[in-house]
Design a protein around this ligand. Structure first.
Ligand SMILES: *Cc1c(COP(=O)(O)O)cnc(C)c1O
Length: 408
């Protein structure tokens, strides 16, 4: 356990077991021993020894208790763990949701008059933050095509201060060349922020690939059990200090109960990612043999769009991918989804249970027909979040769905 300085680089699963378990978060008061997990420290108030102690503390910076809004040992243990898992990060801020993390991070780095470039295949609420919410503060935003680094470079102007990336893209799962895009951004003094929820640092160490801030919805893989909402932003100093300051201005705090749940999820994350990725690949392979399917949008699948870049840049995948139907109309797609018994119908993903939702990227992806290069097909998409069930059972369920889709 803990406070390990040197030694050979540990594997992913080991790092997840070790992360954040500093002695100071787990020692048992009054004994020399410790517990495995940090206790849930429910506290708004910290009592100081005396008034000098109260004025002398350096609130929050290095884990000094100050006031509940700045967290306590349970939240710090989680933040520490996430920092340790993100090579190149000096700190992590926690937020009550992934969207809160995205909104606050963007507000931390942008000022009135600045421009943000936002990838066209970004998560829709991020697009709305960029194009609507930030406008209230005099910040403009323009979408760019993530698959065209030259066009991206040409869009960067005097006012451009940050770029919002996501890889692979939401719903359509294109993989872009993050090292190329972030090199262009850095060269022009533009800060790169990435939504790294899909891959997590285990699959894509984003700061090592040139990003300055990496944001995750912990609701997905870290929580892993569909029972909590949380977000994070990790970065090196001094950038993380700007995010922390903004988070404190805005009163962002997560409960110690949720932090403990997130820590519990984190310990098994690599097992879940490996398992859901391999099941997803089996399901994706099966889907690609179906005549009802125009395209399988799964970067882990050989021959699928983005597979080569995925192989070059990623050390792992996950259970989330999409497919596009060939001749179906909306009613046929609904028959398919409604016939599924093992897949729930619901937003979110990354849980132990499989989910399916219909999607149509056209209204949110504006710069080219998405997914690019797929002109055969109805354009009607289905997104699957593959859980921990057996692959054969999920394939059987989808088979039932296709039978229902064909039967009119
Ligand atoms: C779900 C999601 C978010 C938002 O996270 P919440 O915790 O639901 O607010 C952000 N980015 C991506 C890619 C997501 O899928």
């Amino acid at each position: 356990m803990t406070d390990r300085e040197d030694g050979p680089e540990l594997g992913k699963a080991t790092r997840l077991v070790e992360a954040g378990r500093k002695r100071e978060w787990v020692s048992t008061p009054g004994t020399k021993g410790a517990v495995v997990n940090p206790p849930v420290w429910r506290a708004s108030t910290h009592l100081y020894e005396n008034s000098e102690d109260l004025v002398g503390g350096r609130p929050n910076e290095d884990g000094h208790f100050y006031y509940g809004r700045r967290g306590g040992p349970t939240q710090w243990a989680l933040a520490d763990a996430l920092t340790e898992l993100e090579p190149g990060a000096d700190g992590t801020e926690l937020f009550p949701s992934g969207v809160a993390a995205l909104a606050c991070t963007l507000m931390a780095v942008l000022r009135p008059g600045d421009e943000l470039l936002v990838t066209d295949n970004v998560y829709e609420p991020t697009r709305n933050i960029a194009l609507s919410m930030l406008r209230q503060f005099g910040i403009t935003a323009r979408p760019f095509d993530p698959l065209d680094p030259d066009a991206f470079a040409a869009m960067i102007g005097e006012k451009t201060k940050a770029v919002m990336l996501e890889n692979p893209g939401s719903l359509t799962l294109e993989v872009c060349d993050i090292p190329a895009l972030t090199a262009i951004a850095r060269d022009r003094g533009v800060l790169s922020i990435i939504d790294n929820t899909w891959a997590t640092p285990l699959g894509f160490p984003a700061l090592q690939h040139g990003c300055d801030i990496t944001v995750m919805s912990l609701t997905k893989h870290v929580g892993g059990h569909s029972d909590l909402m949380m977000g994070s932003a990790s970065a090196a100093k001094p950038v993380i200090n700007r995010v922390r300051r903004q988070a404190q201005f805005m009163g962002q705090v997560v409960s110690p109960d949720d932090a403990a749940l997130a820590l519990r999820g984190l310990r098994t994350m690599s097992l879940r990612l490996e398992r859901t990725a391999s099941t997803a690949l089996a399901v994706a392979q099966w889907l690609s043999s179906r005549t009802e399917v125009a395209a399988v949008l799964c970067p882990m699948l050989p021959g699928a769009p983005g597979h080569e870049l995925w192989q070059r840049d990623f050390a792992g995948g996950c259970g989330l991918f999409s497919f596009v139907l060939k001749d179906a109309d909306i009613a046929a797609r609904a028959r398919l989804i409604d016939a599924l018994e093992l897949f729930g119908i619901g937003f979110s993903w990354g849980g132990f249970e499989s989910l399916a939702i219909p999607f149509d990227p056209a209204p949110v992806h504006t710069l080219r027909p998405w997914p690019p290069g797929i002109d055969e097909g109805s354009g009607l998409g289905v997104r699957l979040s593959i859980g921990l069930e057996d692959a054969d059972d999920l394939i059987g369920d989808l088979d039932r769905g296709f039978a229902a889709m064909g039967a009119t």
